[in-house]
Write a protein that binds this ligand. Sequence first.
Ligand code: 0GY
Length: 310
Amino acid sequence: MSKPTSGDFTKTAGWLDWFDGPSKPRFKLPAGAVDAHCHVFGPGAEFPYAAERKYTPCDASKAQLFALRDHLGFSRNVVVQATCHGADNSAMVDACLSSGGKARGVATVKRSVSDEELQRLHAAGVRGVRFNFVKRLVDFTPKDELLEIATRVGKLGWHVVIYFEAVDLPELWDFFTALPTTVVVDHMGTPDVTKPVDGPEFALFLKFMRENPNVWSKVTCPERLSVTGPKALDGEQAAYQDVVPFARRVVQEFPDRVIWGTDWPHPNLKKHMPDDGLLVDFIPQIAPTPEEQKKLLVTNPMKLYWPEEV
Ligand code: 0GY
């Protein structure tokens, strides 16, 4: 990856292309760090996007992902199936299989998935399924179907990743708490960071984690949640100050149940496309001590995705 030459962004299909040429982070990642939330998109000519998709991304290949991994200083990736590929996990599986053991995956499957297919996904490195409740991204899947899938993949030792909007947590609570597996929440349940960190909405999310020890959280996506953007109040570039109190709270209270990832290539961002180097510099703000950093970036994701090495 080359160094950035300008702040210009190109546009593809109505949303920003990912930032080509991320800076080198100032924060040095601990040895063995895992980027536990990222995607591959296509390339569309090889891995066509799903007919039912709600957006068409720009291509973001496994080679580009692996180059970013090395540039930022990560050792491993967890490639999460994105909705634009529907339940065709080919691109994600191809990335895992091409990674030399350095990538594992989270799939999307339908109720009709066969046991043989689940075994094939497991052999490729898949260790979880993702249930998405974000209405702009997916159509509704009946909860009994999802529960059936969770029960089946739980037998393989997989977990369930859930993506939802904070306002929907009360309605989804009973379903989430009935899931029989470890449950990993995307992006802290997407809090509205203009609301107080001590307010009722985020309190409900913290209660959700507190009362359910099987629930983990990705303290990810400051670039998606932030209103102020990457600049600090003093004008110096510092990462996403308005999201820090939320992520810090989760890391502080649940240090053994948090993981972190870049979310590269950042689909659906229309105003601001992050420099992934700067995103890495968000980490020491939310996990200031070496002990917290090691749990967040190494110990915890290894337990979920490479348990045989822990
Ligand atoms: C993310 C976020 C988004 C998209 C997807 O599966 C997806 O399409 O995850 C989003 O638009 O919020 O976590 O990458």
